[in-house]
Design a protein around this ligand. Sequence first.
Ligand SMILES: [Zn+2]
Length: 363
Amino acid sequence: MIGRPFGVPVDVTPTWFIVAGLITYGFAGTVERAVPDIGSWKYAVSLTFALLLYSSVLVHELSHTLVALRAGLPVRRISLHLLGGVSEIERPAETPGREAGIALAGPLVSLALAAAGFAFSSLLEGGTVGLLLTRALVISNLLVGMFNLLPGLPLDGGRVLSAAVWRVTGRRHTGTIVAAWVGRGVAVVVLLLPFLLAAGDPGSLDVVDVVWGALLGAFIWVGASQSLQHASVQRRLPGVTVRALTRRAIPVDVALPLSEALRQAAEVGAHGMVVVSAGGEPVGLVVEAAVRAVPSERRPWVPVGDLSRRLEAGHRLPADLQGEELITTMTREPASEYLVVEANGEIYGVLATADVERALTRA
Ligand SMILES: [Zn+2]
């Protein structure tokens, strides 16, 4: 972690250092051509360029983060990696307008930095280190801004397209699907671009361009595919309610043998067990995986208390919870089973995480 601007931790992944090294090495030649009498200072200037370039990426990410924070969405962290950066926003925006605003903030700031750098460069003298670095920054911010505006997910432009389709159709997942498929198209174009540019003259094909095209193309393709998976979850999410997925549960005493508990459960068609105290208060949940692990001949000798987990405060869910809110709550307090209670405190049943996962991913 390199800092906490606006309370958001900024992480730098190890791949970043590799690229910073490559940029420093690669750009030194350009520095020498632009300022011939620079000598070995060219590496210092080149390193400065690498740091400025990633500062530009950081400013880009901070722009997304600030707009998200202003919209009331917490940001877990910003990470800088091989191909740029990412702002990890904890919740999706509630409206297409906010989604588009968060997505646009990054590229707009990058383009504004490029414009400001361009204006500043006209004040500088030719053949100086200052002009060289300013020009390099103009070009890198221009590239960061324009590349991210390509209209496919996972890029910012894809998020804007997705928000626009969401706005028009009223369905968030339709926006995600459209923008993710455009993203796959963008990935293929980026991958083929070095070959298309060299089509007229095969000798001009540069292996470095091919590698970058492949890296960026793969990065976009993988991101677009993840968005498509996410869209199918988004589509099912509104229909996922605690009430519909909860298993009927019976209250059991901690010392009750498993075989007897299973018999009682089968009698009333229950598929969950809640360990209750002598006063009837729920104190634990019997873990289904633990039950299944006990061979049938052992079941008369194992008390259900041995197969249960103590009930934590976060593992009680209200029966009316549903959709996005349900997933957020479960992610915050992960467990294999949850106790579901009515508003009046009455036990409604047991919600198994496996059932929720099945409901979100079934074909
Ligand atoms: Zn961005």
